[in-house]
Design a protein. Structure first.
Length: 265
């Protein structure tokens, strides 16, 4: 299980999100509190951030080292400032390679995505059906070997099908997740996703035939005024962190209005 983090709000330095909190992603890499599988997240990390004055597509930094071993992180964190950030520390599924191509966030155009979860026996359940059903553009987006990236490609196909991406993030995510479960109704899968276009966010807390991983939200906190955070685990102890209900989809629009809706399990 990976640990995820996303932020949408006024520009903030990366180190305030990733390094400085008492239970930051750095701490969660070696001392997570709520992982349902695995014990550490030492199989690399990555983060993406948007600077739309320069380009619509996100900038991405990935490393296959544990996050605590990256000597560049402190300088990057102090230098980079952004109003939309997605970050994660990785706990690789057994048998998956440690490679940059397998390290999140995954990006296509202006979309970036994070996934915390797994599909039991992915090769036997969903790999071939997904590959057969993908259009050429979505298939070409796959550069690694993980189940997460194949699931991202499948979601991309649904997200691109929306006539308006702004409105389509949540709708595309919901439709794509429902179709995944329909393709392998007996499989165990955990489907905590966060997807962004740099201006809005959508996230799911969902599992199929198994326990649901943790996911929280924090809105307009004194440490991040006018901002919204989504995280696998709270970054600091505060009752303002709210668990996202199991089987739910959360969406944050350009005005940072938070909407929660039920998903079919």
């Amino acid at each position: 299980m990976c640990r995820l983090l996303a932020y949408l709000g006024p520009p903030v330095r990366l180190d305030r999100l990733i390094i400085e909190p008492e239970h930051s992603l750095v701490v969660q890499s070696y001392k997570p509190r709520e992982m349902s599988a695995g014990h550490v997240n030492a199989d690399g990390f990555g983060f993406g951030w948007y600077d739309r004055a320069r380009r619509a597509e996100p900038f991405v930094y990935r490393n296959v080292l544990p996050i605590w071993n990256d000597d560049n992180l402190a300088d990057l964190g102090a230098f980079v400032e952004a109003d939309c950030v997605l970050a994660n520390v990785r706990s690789a599924t057994p048998g998956q390679l440690l490679a940059a191509a397998n390290t999140q966030p995954f990006v296509s155009g202006r979309l970036s995505v994070l996934h915390n979860g797994f599909v039991t026996d992915f090769k036997a359940t969903l790999l071939r059906p997904i590959r057969k059903a993908l259009d050429e553009e979505s298939y070409a987006a796959i550069s690694g070997t993980t189940d997460s990236e194949h699931l991202f490609a499948w979601l991309l196909q649904h997200l691109r099908g929306a006539s308006d991406l702004r409105d389509g993030l949540a709708a595309g995510l919901a439709t794509g997740l429902a179709s995944l479960m329909a393709m392998a109704p007996g499989a165990e899968m955990t489907l905590n996703f966060i997807v962004s276009d740099g201006e809005t966010l959508a996230a799911s807390r969902l599992a199929h035939n198994c326990a649901t991983p943790s996911l929280y939200t924090l809105t307009d906190h004194a440490q991040f005024p006018d901002g919204v955070l989504i995280a696998s685990e709270p970054l600091f102890d505060d009752p303002a962190w709210t668990p996202i209900p199991e089987g739910s989809l959360i969406s944050i629009d350009r005005k940072r209005t938070v909407t929660v809706a039920a998903l079919a399990a």
